[in-house]
Design a protein around this ligand. Sequence first.
Ligand code: PRP
Length: 186
Amino acid sequence: MSMFNDIERVLVSEEEIRQRIATLAEQMNQIYSDDDPPILVCILKGAFMFLADLTRQLSFRHEVDFMEISSYGMGTTSSGVVRILLDLASSIEGRQVVIVEDIVDTGHTLSYILRNFATRKPASVRVATLLNKPSRREIDVPVDFVGFEIPNEFVMGYGLDFGEQYRNVPYIGVLKPEIYQGVDQS
Ligand code: PRP
């Protein structure tokens, strides 16, 4: 049975994602320049596809780096306790940084990253997220570039997984309830 049978509906289409990323890139192209090339930090795993499409729309020089964060929370609402699985390869001291996320949900992951980065003395830190779920927020975090504000639904695709599956789905979809019933989304 195809994994596409697990999807109830499309929430954000490929075309909507493409157009919105072009707009976000325009906003960034107004802010950054070759004079002070930023580092785009992709938060793995979910943001890999967003980074790949975003970086190709940017007209200024920039670097990319990667960080992977894991939440200790098991099956319940994000505990706010996180650990670094993969750290940056480069120093961000004195650099302009753009954190690239796929989704900001409770805000705990981003809050941790922002606090952690602050100790590394970057020149600036901004946040780009493809998806934002403000209704789930438990901690206030600044987000500079938002692709789409979405309702509290069980989304997957375009980098976002459920049980490590569906990341390759080229749009943001909503899973059928029978696929995730009994499992908390955190
Ligand atoms: C997701 C997402 C964010 C975080 C947001 O990552 O990529 O990093 O959760 O949730 P929060 O705002 O409630 O902290 P996840 O832990 O699912 O890892 P993954 O990207 O590797 O799938």
